[in-house]
Ligand binder design. Structure first.
Ligand code: SF4
Length: 493
């Protein structure tokens, strides 16, 4: 590093410092080490969309552009305030002692002051939001701006879209002025501390809970490289937090446990299967559990989208809307017919989805899902929304059974590493059906592909490719269930 340098801060950098001083140090000095998780872009896009809608609710508002640079934004803000602009002002920009903030929304309070609103895509104010507000209050206070309210403007989960494009009521304010003002008093010391850290060598900090809260840290790969290699089968393999009681006793290696004396059968079988490499498999139990399912069997999986800003009439923020299903309909003689539905034209996918389900699933079929609570809730929500198919869809929800608990009770291969998700189980049963070879590999990617395919700006060629990738992914989910069930029952042994 060259000589002393004064670092500019934004409110997000200060939040970063509060999460972990080392994270900020790495972000400034070693940004090339960052590895962002796959959901980072999606979170950014959601925040951007929510911010856009919050501003659009004030058509009289003025945006302070950061063009050609932030100096111009500072000057433009100063000009607007000096000229007595009544607001709202979006992205008003202030700086103090090298800390630069852009306030999401400033609304005039009618008494010469301003109400500050920080827009968030969450459905409530979170603890870490307070720091954001405090930084803004401190900088704006030093800039001589009077602030009479400081709110987190978050999404109102009770909002229902009744009229296309009318998002009045989508947001609620949580006014945190008093708490944030108190915290603002500590900002100068905090910023001084951050500067001191940045001027030094890379701080020492152990990995811990702070690495995932409030945000997953993009430097976890870098920080964990320094750790000595752990055991091949760490005790954390034991699911649902069962490992914690062993960790408290100092157990690090799963194979240090003695399965013959472990009180919980599930934990004992995980240890045994891991030690021997022989999967646990109770064929008779699995067969008996599935024997009660009548024929035909409808293996069903939905892909859904839950946008923060509702897209279709009658939907709420973060309400699950199915845009796709895959269905393998299996007869008692083993013959199988595949059905699917996918709607990427931007219209409400629910009526078409409901009609396609009713057409494809016979009234006497057993509907089978993996982690069926989700499919049942989607079917019930569809029944509420599409009255002409309500009875059939409600009956389907009642007839939906779950393959997950049967798998959990009757199969474990050590490569599942404590998980019975279909993506963990499938490679242990049919390695050739691994999801890694698919273009869309998980639910998050399916949602991103759906949004891109539904975007009017997407070319027909690209939309077709996305649709094909989505169909291949969803079909894999239901075919995986068929394969897992057959293997559980011992077919092909
Ligand atoms: S991984 Fe954890 S310890 Fe390392 S920089 Fe990030 S938050 Fe800090």
């Amino acid at each position: 590093m060259s000589g002393p340098r004064r670092h500019g801060f934004s409110k997000s950098r200060i939040t970063m410092f509060e999460q972990c001083p080392k994270r900020l140090w790495l972000a400034i000095h070693r940004p090339e080490l960052a590895q962002f998780d796959e959901g980072a872009q999606g979170r950014f896009d959601t925040g951007h969309k929510v911010g856009e809608v919050a501003c659009a609710l004030h058509p009289e508002g003025v945006m302070v552009e950061a063009e050609p640079d932030l100096v111009a934004a500072l000057e433009e803000t100063e000009r607007l305030l000096a000229e007595g602009h009544p607001g709202p002002i979006f992205e008003a920009t202030f700086s103090h002692e090298g800390v630069l903030i852009r306030a999401d929304i400033l609304e005039g309070d009618g008494a010469g002051g301003w109400r500050l609103a920080e827009v968030k895509s969450s459905t409530g104010a979170k603890d870490y939001h307070l720091g954001d507000l405090a930084t803004q209050l401190w900088v704006m206070g030093e800039a001589g701006v009077s602030v009479s309210a400081a709110a987190i403007r978050h999404v109102n989960r009770e909002f229902v879209l009744e009229t296309e494009g009318d998002y009045r009521g989508l947001f609620e304010d949580a006014d945190l002025l008093d708490e944030a003002a108190l915290l603002a008093l500590e900002r100068p010391a905090l910023v001084a501390e951050a500067r001191e850290v940045l001027a030094g060598a890379e701080p020492e900090r152990d990995l811990g809970d702070h690495c995932n809260a409030p945000f997953p840290c993009e430097f976890s790969g870098h920080c964990s490289r320094a750790l000595p290699p752990g055991p091949e089968w760490p005790v954390e393999v034991l699911p649902n937090g069962a490992w914690k009681k062993w960790a408290k006793k100092g157990v690090v290696d799963l194979l240090a446990l003695d399965e013959t004396t472990m009180p919980k059968p599930r934990e004992a079988l995980i240890v045994a299967a891991t030690r021997t490499g022989v999967p646990y498999h109770d064929r008779e139990g699995a067969r008996a559990a599935m024997a009660q399912w009548s024929w035909p069997r409808a293996w069903l999986d939905f892909e859904t989208i839950a946008p923060a800003v509702p897209l279709w009439l009658g939907t709420r923020p973060y309400g699950q809307v199915p845009f796709q299903f895959s269905l393998h309909l299996e007869q008692e003689d083993g013959s199988i017919m595949h059905h699917e539905y996918l709607c990427c034209d931007g219209s409400d996918p629910r009526p078409g989805c409901a009609a396609a389900l009713v057409e494809a699933i016979p009234p006497e079929a057993t509907v089978i899902a993996y982690n069926a609570g989700f499919e049942r809730s989607v079917l019930r929500a569809l029944a509420d929304h599409v009255p002409e198919h309500a009875a059939a869809l409600s009956a389907m929800a009642e007839r939906t059974v779950d393959l997950l608990p049967i798998t959990r009770e009757h199969w474990y291969h050590r490569d599942q590493r404590g998980s019975w998700s279909i993506k963990a189980v499938l490679p242990t049963i049919a390695a050739e059906l691994d999801y890694a070879a698919l273009e869309v590999k998980d639910g998050g990617m399916a949602q991103e592909s759906f949004l891109e395919a539904s975007d009017p700006a997407t070319t027909p060629e690209r939309r077709w490719a996305l649709e094909e990738a989505l169909k291949a992914y969803c079909a894999r989910d239901t075919w995986a269930m068929v394969v897992v069930a057959r293997r559980l029952a011992g077919q092909g042994d």
